[in-house]
Design a protein around this ligand. Structure first.
Ligand code: FAD
Length: 497
């Protein structure tokens, strides 16, 4: 039977759920408060430059393919993905680098340059990572609603040592200090501290090896545009500039959403792609919640936030040592991570991710120009940093660092720039404490212990996106859309559209 479904938020999780449910014949409407779809993957178009606002590392194309196939379409007709190798160029604080390649032989050659004695340990580490992947991958697109399921995976978690912090786990196999960073940074991609995040999440590393790291031609904005077209084909209604202010509840059910303009829209089912903490805390009165009191929500552990500067230069930097995806480690990694994830002030040291996509695609910038974004992990708003006061100074610090070490004469060549900071995550993206990746991926906030895809409070409220199972990152939130759609309508996807 056709259901009226409202999706709050047009991030990747919301788009995935909307497509799958519309493809099954349901009447789907997305409300998003912003003027464009994409959420964290919003594309900023400034002075002829197309800046992807968030995700840039695209892996597991099969997940996109599945969504389009579920709607009876081919993803290739909507956007193009191009494999990248190296996946990442990883710099130490002296500017020496390790090319993190897809192929095992190539990785071993890189290890040989840094620490030949670590080759053997690396191979053992890879075996363990493959085991972790084999065990947990099947759970990444299935619901995790029962504790029994958690009990099923625990023996594997213990046997593989996958409960241990990632860095500690890697340290067992790899001796060289810099290489330990190289093989333990992946939790950062989903908002986790490599020193705390259980090594279960090393499965991300294996995702990349299995399916590659890809670039979306035209930027990730082209993927969002592809979804937009697909949803037009399927008749999904998209209402932008439409912030949901309240979810109307009636005992154990939700019945409608109310927008900021006061209008009420009824629904059989509501799916929130908004931040889970924000949804419970701000859209549903506390008196209607049993498990998720404001206190329990506030006491959860939240990921770091981010400071991201998007900038375009009138000169090209192809002669620099940079690659498409660059990770630049600072001097005091462990201390820095502690300060970012647990601290109360802005750390002095910097560890950066620098994106230089014009190396692979000149179409996203004016002729003769280079497009970059630089991302710095910073504490979330629990830290009480006054961003209004320090944002400009911090931006200057990051750009000065890049100018000194990687991009000579940078500042005089910048022709356009924009930045986002923790208040952006809180105020524009409605994320509690301005966390960039929602709850941290700790053992006690993963799988069964993460807020469920079907609300534990209301029978017909569902969650997709970073704050629910399986977690943050594009492949995960796309999978959350699949999980929610299958919980809502378990009939097989016929691909008929
Ligand atoms: C800078 C950055 C870089 C990243 N890089 C990568 C990467 O390279 N690879 C990767 O896989 N992942 C990356 N991530 C993580 C990944 O982008 C996110 O985990 C993922 O995109 C989140 O998707 P989501 O479905 O949770 O929705 P979101 O993107 O969070 O979107 C939620 C949407 O809900 C809307 N919304 C919220 N509240 C309301 C409301 N009340 N009413 C109406 N609308 C509302 C918001 O406007 C927003 O559009 C990155 C994240 C950031 C921030």
């Amino acid at each position: 039977m056709q259901k009226k479904i409202i999706v709050i938020g047009g991030g990747f999780g919301g788009l995935s759920a909307a497509v799958r449910l519309a493809a099954k014949g349901h009447d789907v409407t997305i409300f998003d408060k912003r003027d464009k779809l994409g959420g964290r993957a919003y594309q900023y178009e400034l002075d002829g430059f197309k800046f992807d606002g968030g995700p840039t590392v695209i892996t597991a194309p099969y997940i996109f393919d599945d969504i389009f196939e579920a709607a009876g379409k081919s993803r290739h007709d909507y956007f193009e993905l191009k494999p990248l190798d190296p996946f990442y160029r990883i710099f130490n604080s002296d500017g020496e680098y390790f090319d993190y390649m897809r192929n095992e032989e190539d990785i071993l050659k890189q290890i040989d340059r840094w620490s030949p004695a670590d080759k053997k340990g690396y191979l053992k580490f890879t075996e363990n990572t493959v085991d972790i992947f084999s065990l947990f991958h099947p759970y990444t697109d299935k619901p995790f609603l029962t504790f029994k399921k958690m009990l099923n995976i625990m023996p594997g978690v213990i046997r593989l040592g996958a409960y241990k912090g990632t860095y500690r786990h890697v340290r067992k196999y790899i001796k060289h200090k810099f290489l330990r960073k190289v093989f333990s940074f992946h939790p950062l991609l989903i908002g986790g501290n490599p020193f705390d995040t259980p090594s279960i999440y090393l499965l991300i590393m294996q995702f990349e090896k299995e399916w590659g790291v890809h670039y979306a031609v035209g930027g990730v904005g082209s993927i969002i545009e592809g979804f937009r077209k697909l949803m037009d084909d399927l008749g999904v209604k998209v209402r932008l500039n439409s912030e949901v202010e309240r979810i109307v509840v009636d005992h154990q059910k939700v019945s409608a959403v109310q927008l900021k303009d006061g209008s009420i829209h009824e629904a059989d089912i509501v799916i929130s792609n908004g931040d889970v903490a924000f949804t419970y805390r701000n859209l549903i009165p506390e008196s209607s919640r049993r498990k998720y009191s404001n206190r329990s929500i506030d006491r959860k552990s939240y990921s770091s936030s981010l400071f991201v500067i998007y900038f375009g230069t009138k000169k090209r930097y192809l002669d620099s040592k940079l690659s498409h995806h660059n990770i630049i480690f600072g001097k005091e990694y462990k201390k820095l991570m502690r300060e970012i994830f647990k601290g109360s002030k802005l750390p002095d040291d910097l560890s950066l991710y620098l994106h230089m996509p014009t190396i692979s695609d000149e179409s996203i910038a004016p002729d003769g120009c280079e497009l970059f974004y630089v991302l710095s992990l910073v504490p979330n708003l629990k830290a009480n940093i006054n961003w209004e006061e320090i944002a400009e100074e911090y931006k200057d610090k990051v750009l000065s660092y890049l100018e000194e070490h990687y991009l000579p004469d940078l500042k005089e060549n910048i022709v356009t720039e924009h930045y986002i900071d923790p208040p952006h995550f809180q105020n524009t993206l409605n994320s509690h404490y301005g966390a960039a990746f929602s709850f941290t991926p700790s053992l006690l906030q993963s799988a069964f212990f993460r807020p469920h895809n079907r609300s534990e409070e209301f029978d017909n409220l569902y969650f997709v996106g970073a704050g629910t199972h399986p977690g943050a990152g594009v492949p995960a939130v796309l999978s959350s859309g699949k999980i929610a759609a299958e919980l809502i309508d378990p009939t097989p996807q016929n691909g008929a559209g």
